[in-house]
Design a protein. Structure first.
Length: 688
């Protein structure tokens, strides 16, 4: 957030008032919740009595258990007021975060599979009934769920390459552990780590996390899941694009589930003062706290790989090796489905190697190696092509953190990463793309072949998802001459036209526009090269930070000039000329594709089967999400529910209308949506 302190004071005051008067907005009453908890869930609601073992009625799978992850590690009770700005040394969790109700919470959507894994079975027809109402209260943080005391995790992070010191769960609360899974609320209000923010999330970002994690789960990508999306009537101030244009957006709370939410940044709390930023972790030098966290993680999440190791150092090596494998695998799956995370900071990287923290993510539309969905990433640090590199960079930072915790020598940890990560990524990446392309065997030139296909997609601005679907018929025919013409027509039809390319260039130019006049940037960069100490003294900041900042502006300047040139080139061409150029490029690539199919053996039917199992029919594109966000803002949840159903039917042939996972016509239409059908303005969208 960049609202400034005055807005923080206002919003903080409003939230304190809503906490005081929130009961006036709650429906049903506290008495009704107490009755529901004791009769429906079989829970004791008396605060002085221990939980009573439940006798569950039909439809309810389990009940919350005590949050062992919190009670097993160093904690401190949350301060009062909770939003006080302070460091929390020697702490893993801040407990007893107070509830902060939202007004008239409504259950807008749920993921049946995820919800069943932690709480209960629910059907769509029950959303507006008693079960849905109770869930909305519990999973918005408006009413206390029995046996739970909300807690927030203390962690640090390297953000865009620089160490930021203490961060923590600024808008997230741990509720409980159930069936070996952790249940969290995101957007439920202030925590001790909210800093100058308000602890809330809006409908726009919450819907994106809820639907995005469902889609990724259905794609088979390791991820958190989201049982529920709850929307309130409150509206809060947000500056969506950080331009000073404040709007009022509807609040929402999303619940999410994972085996653990520990992240690389969890171990950075012991980091000493950083030379570049001058910041340190809150537990710098406190190896005991870091080792307590490490021992807990090793015992509970890495028992198979670490239990037989005789020392912490050996356990640390084994865990790093496993983290390399899981992180590299997940990153390879991101590349294979066209997913760009957007904010690959160490505080957004899971210790289990799963996808966490769905913020300004995006999926490839018209393919671009430099795809950046995050409008705040002006230099393109976390673009699509760079994800493998920065995932490895982050694992290196985890290895360093193990050293700061007194677990493992830093250089020994880094050696493990160098030895393991690249090989793990290459194996997962090439293996998945062979399946997407329907080629068999492991040929020496596969890395170059895969790059050729993707380079052609980038040069022709072909739709990522639809291109692989278009190749299926050609692969099934074994590259026959009869199928060549139709395949070329389909591939060229997937490519962006002149107007679309121009819009994409303009959007990217807006995102990477330098913050200073070009001549001033160039002059400052010259001083960075000749006399950086002079700039450090002038700006009162470490010279490394100044060089990084001005270097970023130079990168923006180069990108802006390149985009301007590309837009001018394309605008001189007509669509017919562009299509013919694209046709020539794809014909050449299909020739190489046919040759690779022949080298690996296998039959056409087998190829097509493998491709249909690995190439989704439908992509969760920005403009499709935006449509459901606009509907939901008006109280219409149908767009969300259509997307959730469509996610369950993304592989294989699309069923006739009335199929598509049982969602009827709208779900069926979503599954058939093509990028060329995008509404005007779709290529202008980006996220923050």
């Amino acid at each position: 957030m960049r609202h400034g302190l005055y807005l923080f004071v206002i919003t903080s005051t409003l939230y304190r008032l809503s906490s005081s008067f929130g009961s006036a907005y709650l429906a049903p009453s506290t008495a009704k919740f107490t009755k529901f908890a004791s009769t429906k869930l079989g829970m004791s609601t008396a605060s002085s009595a221990p939980p009573v073992p439940p006798v569950l009625p039909s439809g309810w799978s389990t009940v919350p258990a005590s949050p062992f992850v919190v009670s097993s590690l160093p904690t401190r009770k949350s301060p009062n007021p909770v939003y006080s700005l302070r460091s929390t040394p020697s702490v893993i969790f801040s407990t007893d975060v107070p509830l902060q109700p939202i007004r008239n919470p409504k259950l807008a959507s749920f993921d049946k599979k995820s919800l069943e894994s932690v709480l209960m079975t629910l059907e769509e027809g029950q959303m507006d009934g008693e079960e849905g109402t109770i869930l909305a209260e519990y999973l918005s943080g408006s009413t206390a769920m029995p046996n739970t005391k909300p807690s927030a995790h203390c962690y640090c992070g390297h953000q865009f390459g620089s160490f930021s010191g203490q961060l923590g769960d600024g808008a997230t609360m741990y509720l409980t552990n159930v069936n070996g899974l952790e249940l969290q609320l995101k957007g439920a209000g202030l925590t001790p780590y909210s800093r100058t923010a308000d602890g809330r999330k809006v409908l726009r970002s919450s819907l994106r996390e809820h639907v995005g994690s469902k889609y990724m789960d259905c794609l088979g990508v390791p991820t958190t899941t989201s049982p529920t999306l709850v929307v309130g009537e409150n509206r809060i101030q947000r500056d969506k694009y950080y331009t000073g244009n404040i709007s009022m957006e509807r609040v929402a709370v999303v619940s999410r589930v994972a085996r653990t939410f520990f992240r690389f940044g969890s171990f950075e709390i012991c980091k000493p003062t950083d030379a570049k930023t001058g910041r340190a972790g809150p537990s710098a030098g406190d190896e005991a706290t870091g080792q307590a966290l490490f021992d807990f993680v090793a015992e509970n999440y890495f028992e198979e790989v670490a239990s037989s190791k005789p020392s912490r150092a050996e356990k640390g090596k084994a865990i790093l090796k496993e983290v390399c494998k899981t992180t590299a695998y997940t990153c390879a799956m991101w590349q294979a489905v066209g997913f760009t995370h957007g904010v690959l900071n160490t505080d957004n990287m899971s210790i289990l190697g799963i996808t966490i923290d769905y913020g300004p993510y995006g999926f490839q539309e018209y393919f671009d190696w430099d795809h950046v969905p995050n409008g705040s990433d002006g230099t393109g640090r976390y673009d699509y092509k760079s994800q493998p590199e920065f995932c490895k960079w982050n694992v290196m930072k985890l290895a360093e953190s193990f050293g700061f915790c007194g677990v493992l020598d830093v250089e020994a940890g880094k050696a493990v990463v160098e030895e393991e990560y690249d090989l793990a990524f290459k194996e997962a990446y090439e293996g998945k793309f062979r399946k997407k392309l329907g080629v068999f065997g492991n040929e020496e030139g596969d890395e170059d072949f895969i790059k050729l296909v993707l380079d052609t997609m980038a040069e022709t601005r072909a739709d990522f998802t639809e291109t692989f679907v278009s190749l299926e018929t050609y692969a099934e025919s074994e590259g026959s001459s009869e199928a060549l013409g139709a395949t070329l027509d389909s591939l060229v039809g997937n490519c962006a036209d002149v107007d679309a390319i121009s819009s994409i260039c303009k959007r990217k130019m807006k995102m990477c526009k330098p913050n200073m006049p070009p001549q001033q940037i160039i002059q400052l960069w010259e001083i960075c090269q000749s006399d950086p100490e002079r700039l450090a003294q002038h700006f009162g900041a470490p010279k490394e930070a100044i060089i990084a900042e001005i270097g970023g502006e130079m990168e923006k300047l180069g990108q802006y000039a390149a985009l301007t040139k590309r837009m001018e080139e394309v605008q001189k061409m007509g669509d017919e000329e562009l299509q013919e150029e694209n046709r020539v490029k794809w014909r050449k690539t299909l020739s190489a594709y046919k040759e690779r199919m022949g080298a690996g053996g296998g039959g056409g039917g087998e190829r097509a089967k493998v491709m249909r199992e690995n190439n989704p029919r439908f992509c969760l594109k920005n403009w499709i999400l935006q449509d459901s966000i606009e509907k939901a803002d008006k109280g219409d949840w149908s767009g969300i529910q259509d997307l959730m159903r469509a996610a369950e039917s993304i592989y294989g042939d699309v069923e006739e209308e009335g199929g598509g996972g049982g969602g009827g016509g709208d779900t069926y239409k979503i599954l058939l949506t093509k990028q060329r059908e995008a509404p005007k303005g779709a290529n202008d969208l980006y996220n923050t």
